[in-house]
Design a protein around this ligand. Sequence first.
Ligand code: HEC
Length: 137
Amino acid sequence: MKSMIIVCVLAIISLFCFSADAHARPTERLDQRTQMCRLIARTPLDWESEPWGTGGRKFREVCKSCHSRENESGAPFLHTESYTSAAWNRIFFKRRKKCARNGSWDVLSEEELLLINDYLYRNGAWTYDPNDADSCG
Ligand code: HEC
């Protein structure tokens, strides 16, 4: 019940935000597995440093080791904008994709998976806004 209320409140807040500014990098992410509200408003430099940088680095090292442009593992090419923020959240919440079920994600700790999810959520499809201060510094 409590989580329903939180979800509703977040939905209303995001509706409000989206009507004000359709494209802006999200600054918070509700993680359904841990029921944590993760604060992800970081400057680009923060995303290069630890621990936040771990998300992007591990995405490149682990996920992109298969999901690169021309790979031989049969994995479709993936980049941050392959999915919307909400879709990335679902992928990490459900862990139903073949590679999540066959153990390919097991080299990553729970903390690293959270950080990759944060990174992809923050940079998912439709989050880029050229007029957002975040994008120019
Ligand atoms: C060992 C290789 C490997 C690694 C590492 C890997 N994947 Fe995959 N992934 C695959 C393959 C192969 C498929 C296609 C499976 C199929 O046939 O449906 C796939 C499918 C997917 C899909 C579905 C794509 C689609 O278009 O259907 C997503 C999303 C995905 N992976 C995300 C990730 C993420 C996020 C990570 C890192 C946390 C990751 N994968 C790590 C091999 C990998």
